[in-house]
Design a protein around this ligand. Structure first.
Ligand code: 1GP
Length: 247
């Protein structure tokens, strides 16, 4: 079974899945193994690893460490072509389809594709859409693109449909890490009703109640990263997992 099939099965059996994002720049290397173990024990359905900047120089080693700790899918969520590792189960092959910067639409992908093939990593094709969320986010700044205005669900719907017609496997509605405001629930619902791809929703989801709202709105997968950096992470991950799974 591919990792994509595994995560689709999680959505089908649990209603929705919960992913914990580990940004190697936000944690000390010695904390990362514990965090991955805790996420697994808390009921997370997958670990995403990656970040917009990646100042950490030992990405491959960190992915290897995380992989040893967990039995749930480990998926690279790359900010650039430097974030590739043979130890991951899969990699979100993200095209930043909300923007008009060719580097993040196709440029980085041409560089990365042969490396991904040579390392034997499973690519999961994802239409990545930045949604306006208050302040400028790292993803927006680093990609030099403008997000989709939060009051323009029609643009989000049309963009997600284009992803479906391109044959992409998933759509990621992204407010940006640490966003002031998460993706509007109404936008999630409108996109869910318009396309048939599984929807990942992340950025600025600060409480389990927020996560429940995203699932009710139509998210297939909810991602949290930033909120776990503020302490109490084990119990918080448990609450998020329970909330996403409708327990
Ligand atoms: C960012 O969607 C993820 O790429 C998670 O965002 O760090 O705000 O939870 P947060």
């Amino acid at each position: 079974m591919t990792t994509f099939e595994r995560i689709v099965q999680i959505k089908e059996s649990k209603g929705a899945g919960y992913f914990v994002l580990i940004d190697p720049d936000k944690w000390q290397p010695e904390q990362i193994a514990d965090l991955a173990t805790e996420a697994c024990e808390a009921g997370a359905d997958g670990i995403l690893v990656g970040g917009s900047l990646l100042l950490s120089s030992s990405f491959d080693e960190l992915v290897k460490i995380i992989k040893k700790q967990i039995n749930i899918p480990l998926i690279i969520f790359p900010g650039s072509t430097t974030q590739v590792s043979r130890y991951a189960d899969a990699l979100f092959f993200l095209s930043l389809i909300s923007g008009r910067n060719p580097t993040y639409l196709i440029g980085e992908h041409v560089r990365a594709a042969p490396v991904i093939k040579a390392l034997g990593i499973e690519p999961i094709s994802v239409g990545y859409m930045l949604i306006e969320s208050g302040n400028t986010t790292s993803a927006e700044f680093m990609s030099n693109t403008r997000p989709i205005p939060r009051n323009k669900p029609d643009i989000a719907k049309a963009t997600a449909l284009a992803a479906e017609y391109f044959g992409m496997q998933m759509v990621y509605l992204e407010a940006g890490s640490g966003a002031e405001m998460s993706v509007p629930d109404e936008m999630v619902t409108e996109v869910r009703d318009y396309v048939s791809l599984p929807l990942i929703v992340g950025g600025g989801i600060g409480t389990p109640e927020d996560a429940v709202r995203k699932v009710r709105a139509g998210a297939s997968f909810v991602v949290t990263g930033n909120v776990l950096e503020k302490g109490g992470k084990r119990s918080l991950m448990r609450e998020f997992a329970a909330a996403v799974h409708g327990e």
